[in-house]
Design a protein. Structure first.
Length: 173
């Protein structure tokens, strides 16, 4: 399973390659969002939250977030303009974002949700602090993690550290 550091690197790649581009076509291959139309949406960026990825868009003044999670074997790949995925990977594609720049493909993603950005807390609000969160001072993140750990002082440390509600992004590697 990809750990928080791996997800952080994926988010940085998606952010660097897609930020500022405009979606030409989006194909969300999950029943709930199969008809979603992101055409014309400007990609505002991608941020990690523990093991979750939040790709944010502005579509005609509406703030939307594509929430994805890699689970055990998911991945994202970014293709240069004009390049396409090999056909053998087509059954694994859950998200395809063709932009005015590169194309991003989410393969074997365990979670694919499109929601208003204002509702992100509903999908990641239960998580503990993410030590890779560059928007919050590290001492604040550590202090919150220590408070979370102290809530159950009798809990074995390994189990507590794997609990994403205590500290987001850590795994068993």
């Amino acid at each position: 399973m990809p750990e928080g550091d791996s997800v952080y690197r994926v988010a940085r790649t998606l952010d660097a390659r897609l930020r500022g581009t405009t979606v030409r076509t989006a194909d969300l291959r999950v029943p709930r969002h199969a008809t979603a139309d992101l055409t014309g949406a400007r990609v505002l960026g991608t941020v990690p939250r523990g093991k979750h990825l939040l790709t944010r868009f502005d579509l005609d003044g509406s703030a939307l977030t594509l929430h994805t999670h890699l689970r055990m074997d998911g991945s994202w790949t970014v293709l240069a303009p004009g390049k396409v995925l090999p056909r053998r990977l087509d059954p694994d594609v859950r998200v395809l974002l063709r932009t005015t720049g590169p194309t991003a493909a989410g393969l074997k993603l365990g979670v694919v949700e499109l929601l208003p950005t204002a509702e992100e807390a509903g999908v990641v609000g239960h998580l503990g602090p993410d030590l890779l969160d560059t928007g919050t001072p590290l001492d604040e993140l550590v202090a919150q993690a220590v408070r979370n750990l102290a809530r159950e002082p009798g809990r074995p440390l390994a189990a507590a550290l794997l609990d994403q509600r205590v500290l987001a992004g850590l795994g068993n590697l």
